[in-house]
Design a protein around this ligand. Structure first.
Ligand SMILES: [Zn+2]
Length: 269
């Protein structure tokens, strides 16, 4: 149940009490019961709706597509995209680590998306996705057509300094990419005052304003300051200019609560 809906339920019950019930002790007792019942019913109803919302079931595959990306990437994009060679040893480590990463994802995904669903009451259009994994570099891409996860940083022998842990960094990457899909399913960009305000920014900046604010909201609510610290380090020190600019808009120019409010006002009807 969102705070807005709870406030609405309480307001409604108060109005009901003052309009129809006598102000004697029996009336007060009945009014209290009515109020509590109404709130309880609203909570149960919303809880049911939130439970019904599901994050997509992910099938993880390192198939010909991932191998093709690795092969082409190491030949043509070694410098611009930092593709590195994928050797037998790395593939072995990947096979050892992948089940651990997937287990963590299955454990954390309902918790992370539980926060998203309880805030917005909106789920995904599709309940199944295939994530194509590749090993040459660390880049993610999420859209309704394609979900790509380059997970080099999380399988390399030496973990990158910005990663809190392999598992959390992987969970964060997949959460980020699925949020792109969730935004696409649920947000009408033309309704957003913020996207209008920042219309001069590059598309890549604008497409991360709502997304990063949701990440920040979720990690704060779950008290995962370590994960918030991890993305802060990544978005301010490691990532490209567009990520830095989007993170600056959320933290320094708007405040993430305002961005979340804009998100709520921009939901598709
Ligand atoms: Zn992104």
């Amino acid at each position: 149940m969102t705070r807005l809906q709870l406030a609405f339920a309480v307001r409604l019950s108060k109005r009901h009490r003052s309009a129809h019930l006598p102000k004697n002790s029996l009336g007060n007792f009945v009014a209290t019961i009515c109020t509590r019942t109404l709130i309880l019913l609203s909570v149960l109803l919303n809880f049911q709706i939130i439970l019904a919302l599901k994050y997509p079931e992910i099938e993880f595959r390192y198939d010909w597509r991932g191998k093709f990306i690795d092969a082409i990437g190491s030949i043509f994009f070694p410098k611009s995209c930092n593709f590195e060679k994928v050797d037998h040893e790395l593939k072995q480590r990947f096979e050892q680590i992948l089940p651990r990463l997937i287990t963590q994802w299955k454990h954390k995904a309902p918790i992370l998306f539980g926060e998203v669903f309880s805030t917005f009451n909106r789920g995904f259009k599709h309940n199944k996705r295939t994530a194509v994994l590749f090993l040459g570099t660390t880049i993610g891409y999420g859209s309704n057509n394609l979900l790509l996860l380059g997970i080099r940083a999380f399988v390399d022998a030496k973990l990158w300094p910005w990663c809190a842990s392999r598992e959390d960094a992987f969970v964060n990457m997949l959460f980020h990419e699925l949020l792109h899909i969730w935004l696409c399913d649920n947000i009408d960009d033309t309704k957003s005052q913020l996207l209008k305000k920042y219309s001069q920014e590059r598309d890549h900046v604008r497409s991360h304003i709502h997304l990063m604010a949701i990440q920040k909201m979720v990690y704060l609510r779950l008290n995962r300051l370590d994960m918030l610290g991890m993305i802060d380090k990544f978005y301010t020190q490691v990532a490209t200019t567009d990520y830095k600019q989007a993170w600056k808009i959320i933290n320094d120019l708007e405040g993430y609560e305002n961005v979340i409010h804009d998100c709520l006002n921009s939901l598709k009807s």
